[in-house]
Design a protein around this ligand. Structure first.
Ligand SMILES: Nc1ncnc2c1ncn2[C@@H]1O[C@H](COP(=O)(O)OP(=O)(O)OP(=O)(O)O)[C@@H](O)[C@H]1O
Ligand SMILES: [Mg+2]
Length: 375
């Protein structure tokens, strides 16, 4: 049997552990066309959850149309609009019908059609030469509204924080919101991980998306859900591990979906050669950290001296009470304002996230620092 664990892409089906409540909650939002903001720290499983829910819809409620848009890497309104256009064939798979609909609905600008090699589905690319973005956006949103008159639609805008980085973000957000508000039969799932950007978009009164979506923070997967899921996966490969050891794995990686999946991938390989013993977790973890050594060393070398000290401060104090005089003296930082500045920069670099206390987002970086940062 092939290694069933996967840590580099979204997971669905048997690789997807539980999240039953979250799947039901999202379905509720979808059924009631309530827009929702799904957010969490990096690699917690947002995209996987959306994909799993869309898969369920395909199987059990095919009357609902699903559109998954990955906005990662888009740098402008044009690219945002183009990404959605290119997915439209998912809502209308019949090419002739799609073309007819486009011809009847689109005014004052042209588009190109090509066939996607992988899927053989048509991909539409709007041509902005002859029209401004607002007009193309208006047409696109009108088209979506038309689709939603026939059936309920759910549109996931994954990595939505990218929008906040576009040059004309403020205006674009305003325009987008005004159309979205008219889409009463569409549920929008805004999803992303850069919390400082998303929070600013949805929680600051001056922004267009202020309180425009129900807030849904995605938590880690519960230990009680992990144990039977992992147990079943290993059993299938005749590599049984007892529940106590499974629990130790989950707790060691703080219930984090990606790290647990990653660890299980290597554990599966290890158990092909050696049986489980008391040192297994540490051995595999050490090998995994060593693999990342070069990457982390480069990251470390590129930090300023005060940023390095601030990371040490966080490690020593577990992210809390960072401004106490003794804490600052212990790492040789002169003033609290230096810490404030470094916390801001490290958060912008996504090395740190704040969740009540400051957390080093990458669990392995945290472990690497503990081993290498001469504390
Ligand atoms: N329900 C799940 N069961 C098991 N593993 C999961 C689950 N959800 C996510 N994972 C693991 O976490 C990894 C990251 O998942 P995913 O890409 O969905 O997270 P994300 O929150 O969208 O990440 P990003 O912040 O990078 O967009 C997956 O490759 C998988 O290894
Ligand atoms: Mg994602």
């Amino acid at each position: 049997m092939n290694n069933p664990f996967n840590y580099s892409n979204f997971v669905t089906g048997r690789c997807f552990c539980n999240r039953k409540t979250e799947q039901e909650d999202l379905m509720e939002f979808i059924r009631s066309s309530q827009n929702v903001l799904l957010y969490s720290h990096r690699r917690t499983g947002k995209s996987s959850l959306i994909k799993q829910v869309f898969l369920n819809i395909k199987q059990n409620s095919p009357e609902i149309g699903t559109l998954y848009i990955d906005l990662y890497g888009t740098t402008s309104e044009k690219e945002f609009i183009t990404r959605i256009f290119q997915q439209l064939s998912v809502l209308e798979t019949n090419t002739d019908k799609l073309l007819k609909l486009l011809k009847n609905s689109i005014e004052k600008f042209s588009f190109q059609i090509s066939v996607e090699p992988g899927t053989n589905l048509p991909a539409i690319t709007p041509l902005f030469r002859s029209a401004d973005e607002n007009l193309v956006l208006k047409n696109l949103m009108g088209l979506l509204k038309k689709f939603s008159k026939k059936r309920k639609i759910v549109i996931a805008l994954d990595e939505f924080q990218e929008v906040a980085k576009y040059a004309n973000a403020d205006l674009f957000e305003k325009n987008l919101r005004s159309y979205i508000q008219q889409h009463s039969n569409i549920c929008y799932i805004f999803s992303g991980s850069q919390q400082h950007l998303l929070t600013a978009m949805f929680q600051s009164q001056s922004r267009a998306f202020y309180q425009q979506a129900a807030s849904y923070p995605l938590q880690q997967i519960k230990t009680a859900h992990y144990i039977p899921w992992m147990g079943k996966m290993f059993d299938k490969g005749n590599l049984s591990i007892n529940n106590r050891d499974l629990q130790a794995i989950v707790e060691h990686f703080e219930n984090h979906p990606m790290y647990i999946q990653l660890f299980c991938f290597f554990l599966w390989q290890e158990l092909q050669r050696n049986s489980w013993n008391d040192q297994t977790i540490n051995l595999i973890e050490r090998a995994m950290i060593d693999q990342k050594h070069l990457e982390y060393q480069t990251l470390w070398d590129n930090l300023s001296i005060n940023q390095k000290k601030t990371l040490k401060l966080i490690l020593i104090n577990e992210g809390q009470n960072l401004f106490a005089a003794e804490a600052l003296i212990a790492v040789n930082i002169k003033t609290a304002s230096i810490v404030t500045r470094c916390l801001k920069t490290l958060s912008e670099k996504e090395i740190l996230v704040k969740n009540g206390k400051y957390i080093i987002q990458d669990l392995f970086l945290k472990k690497w620092l503990a081993l290498n940062a001469q504390l």
